[in-house]
Design a binder for this molecule. Sequence first.
Ligand code: GLA
Length: 730
Amino acid sequence: MAIIRNDTDKTFTLTTKGTMYQLKIDDFGQLINTYYGEKMDYMDMNYATEADWGTSFSPNPFEKDDTGYSYNNIHQEIALSGMGDFRLTTMGVRNADGSYGAEPTFVSAKIEKGKYSIKGLPAFYGDNAETLVVTLKDKVHDIYFHMYYGVFEEYDLITRSVVVENKTNESIHLEKALSMALNLPCGSYDMLYFHGRHTRERILERTRINHAKVCVESVRGASSHMHNPFVIVCDKDAGESNGRAWGIALVYSGNFEISAMKNLQEKTRVVAGINPENFNFEVGAGETFETPEVALVFSKNGFADMTNNFHSAIRNNLCRGKFKNARRPILINNWEGTYFDFNADKLVSMAKDASELGVELFVMDDGWFGKRDNDRSGLGDWTPNEKKLQGTLANLANRINDLGMKFGIWFEPECVSPDSDLYRAHPEYALAMPGRKPQLSRHQYVLDMTRADVRDNLFNQIATVLRSANISYVKWDFNRHLTDVYSANLPAEKQGEVYHRYMLGTYELLERVTQSFPDILFESCSGGGGRFDCGMLYYMPQVWTSDNADAIDRLKIQYGTSFVYPVSTMGAHVSVCPNHSNARVTPLRTRGNVAYFGTYGLELDINKMSSEEKQEIKRQIVEFKELYELIQRGDYYRLISPYGTEDSLFCAWETVKRDGSEALVCTVRYESDAATAPEFVKVKGLVPSKWYKINGSEQKYLGSALMNIGIKIDFDFFTYPSRLYHITEA
Ligand code: GLA
């Protein structure tokens, strides 16, 4: 039993294989968190939450003014704005009478088998979980707050979401509806977060959580390149294998906020959920509002254990569909090879060369539809350009299929070009503010995904294309952010709902399309990795990690991504040199080795490759297929960071079978130096007493030696060398 209810102490203790999360109904009916950390024997941990000294102007809701009891001190699971909690709050309720606040107080609780789901929103799922629902009600109005907790014992994963139910006779407005307040045990913490921009995503930064708010967020209408909706809060000295670490991932792809701050009692609170910027959601009489899910993984041993639990949970209980655990086809995408300048003969000629090397899927990227020979027109008109395709789409698909390859295609459903038939016929379909010309970005507008007619139009267009030809793969792109956030379909007082309704609409369309075409593999994309989040992974099991496919820049991008997202979700391709993002020249082998730790594919004009290069690609495809299971399903360890350490000019990572029987280490030198001293990389996850060989060597190594002394590194003498070390039992 993962959830234990103790009616004497009024506690609910959620336990996983290594962690414990305790909730308590306090003397005043408040739902508080007493503990979240390493698993222990049961006790009521309430003593840890008490305030120690004067309340520094903290108000006393129950006229017990010398006890320190205040909404400003206790460890609420849901923290109301306007009620004397002056810390980071999660919920702002504007009542029908205009007053701002609510006092959620305990009503009932139930424990259920299986994992709850959330209406209209992505969420972890599975029968291998338990659910706790604690229902709270405002003291004055019939407003209910259903607090959902999902417990996945095997992954140390706890999920949270809140459903606000308005049982009054009038509308209320949520001016803030974050999913979670988390009050951490006393201590000093750091936050690790992943920032970036286009072609430079998920760059790691680390900062101390002090008394000023630390906030990662998006107000772009998408989770965005700028901040990823995932953070780690950890002990200030925590590392890969030491210190306590709390991983916090939002299962949401729109505007978000994850913030942390120390309060006047030196305690840290973290909040996470929808960004309150331009958010104001009406909940009518009898209606509910569901917050997105937050997924939490605690590790007492640093980041690596947290990572591996997230990886397993995302692969098995977030990604869906027949591809979630299947080997994905090795693809070639024509984008960097041709950009918009192609016709069917060119694509078939690329596919022919690729098929001879073992590539299994040909993806036709942007430019196949409408009037689309550059990025200034055509979005919205999802009709094949038969002149460019030299026939029908079905005919092109057949030509590719005849080479023994599958065929895939690119869409950007959420956007529209002003120069398109769709926009000319339906300008009201685009987000635009009355009296203002909407702003262009990449020469395009954003469609109003809150509208059912827009979604129906898109579904019909997409379905017509997908039914017209033998299509096995879809890349779903999104290449700008939201401005002019106004829906012509909603009244003035509901415009604060547009950002969130945009996401609900997009999720609805994604659900409809992916469920209607279960045999198609969907890959999500947003100018590369601009919407790489747990929300998108619920619909599409892989994401194009970055438009930057340079092997050396990818070291940091894939390193940052790996903290939470599994290798199987990371789109990674071998591209041409000099690289199109940064002009760097790297060895083909290094490009391949880095792309192995993702989905591995190609994105270049294969017709222009030399026969030696083609042979190397052929070799890589064979090797990647052999190593696929180990790479995609092994435990993942970041061994040496690409940000540089005192004694290494290379980075290293590893994937290892959980039973320690086989491992693969990849090392890449990102800077050259003469006369380097002997270099070693210490391996993880082997069996100390077992003997191993490396790349089939004669020499045998004891597992404990490889883990304590390490593998001796032997790079080739050229720029940006890399090497794989395949460790097997001797
Ligand atoms: C985005 C994607 C690219 C490519 C282009 C096409 O930038 O990230 O991979 O599909 O759009 O316009």
